[in-house]
Design a protein around this ligand. Structure first.
Ligand SMILES: Nc1nc2c(ncn2[C@@H]2O[C@H](COP(=O)(O)OP(=O)(O)OP(=O)(O)O)[C@@H](O)[C@H]2O)c(=O)[nH]1
Ligand SMILES: [Mg+2]
Length: 323
């Protein structure tokens, strides 16, 4: 313990994660969600302890983003996916970003499912976080939690609600992004066609038990992907209602995507985007201009040793202020 009594030691928590001590997860989430200066400092120590430099490589966990409109069946699907991952003996953490406190969207249906977990299973951890009122970008706490937990868990899932923007947000954190599509609703299809939405790694058509309407959704998505020349995106139909179907196929599709990914390059790019976003959040467009503009800042980041991104920008700003 250090700095202010109740705040745990970030380095110690990081060390527990490195030993793959899954029971550290609740303390990790509590720490990253605490906004006091002392907690921020310990969060930084935690992240340093699980950084690629400390680990001698990228955190091994597979970070999967699962996103889609309200009521599409994400939570029901995750209950099933959890079971499928457990069948393969994978440990799983789920960070569900709950939109209920957001003014727009979410909880439209009275019949939201909760993710089913076996309370006795120590290899599964599920945490819901309120999205709050923030617009754009995942909460830094969710980002930090995902990065940290990937050191200990085999799979870290981030569930977010929305379509058109949320998958871009989650793509900044996740190794693999799955967008869940509601049969009979054209929104994802329209966003894809209009180029508003980046093509996800995996498209999941939910509620396949609805029959023809689901079959048509699959056909429409495949046609759109052909038109977009995105043949690598997998389309998987699932039903989360018993008897569930497509779940193992989806688990394997997610894993196959991860297997062909250049993980260090992918995560380094994401970290740079975060460093730049954090810098702009702190110093504003003025700070960016002092560095010579966004392009210049990106160039600066591209030449940095991994993990030195944020300090590099701040140092450059200080140098500009002096000069
Ligand atoms: N027929 C059918 N209904 C499903 C299936 N999966 C989920 N549902 C139903 O769809 C509704 C919403 O499911 P949820 O799993 O809560 O959906 P969600 O995407 O997590 O919803 P939010 O968290 O509110 O965004 C519930 O009534 C589920 O029972 C499915 O495979 N088939
Ligand atoms: Mg849900």
């Amino acid at each position: 313990m250090s700095a202010g009594g109740a705040v745990p030691d970030g380095a110690e928590l990081g060390e527990r994660l490195r030993r793959r001590d899954l029971s550290a997860a609740p303390a990790v989430l509590n720490l990253v969600e605490t906004a006091t200066p002392a907690a921020r400092e310990q969060t930084a120590r935690l992240l340093a302890a699980v950084s690629p430099e400390s680990l001698g490589g990228e955190a091994p966990g597979h970070i999967v983003g699962v996103t889609g409109p309200p009521g599409v069946g994400k939570s029901s699907l995750l209950s099933q996916l959890l079971a499928a991952w457990r069948e393969r003996d994978r440990s799983v953490a789920v960070l569900a970003v709950d939109p209920t406190s957001r003014r727009s969207g979410g909880a439209l249906l009275g019949d939201r499912a909760r993710i089913d977990v076996d309370a006795a299973d120590r290899a599964v951890y599920v945490r819901s976080t309120a999205a709050g009122e923030r617009l754009g970008g995942l909460a830094p706490a969710t980002r930090a939690a995902a990065a940290a937990l990937a050191a200990a868990f085999d799979v870290v899932v981030i569930e977010t609600v929305g379509v058109g923007q949320s998958e871009t947000e989650v793509a900044d954190v996740a190794d693999t992004v799955a967008v869940v599509v509601q049969p009979g609703s054209g929104d994802v299809l329209q966003f894809l066609k209009a180029g508003i939405m980046e093509v996800p790694d995996v498209l999941v058509v939910s509620k396949a038990d609805l029959g023809r309407i689901a079959t048509r959704a699959i056909g429409d998505l495949r046609a759109a992907l052909r038109a977009l020349a995105a043949p690598d995106t997998r389309v998987v139909a699932v039903s989360a209602l018993p008897p569930a179907s497509g779940i193992e196929e989806l688990r394997d599709a997610l894993e196959a995507h991860r297997a062909q990914l250049d993980l260090p390059a992918h995560r380094a790019r994401a970290r740079r985007r975060h460093a730049l976003a954090d810098f702009v959040a702190e110093h504003g467009e003025r700070g960016l201009r002092a560095l010579g503009g966004r392009r210049q800042a990106e160039k600066l980041l591209a030449t940095q040793a991994p993990g030195k991104d944020a300090p590099a920008l701040t140092e450059a700003l200080e140098a500009a202020a002096r000069g």
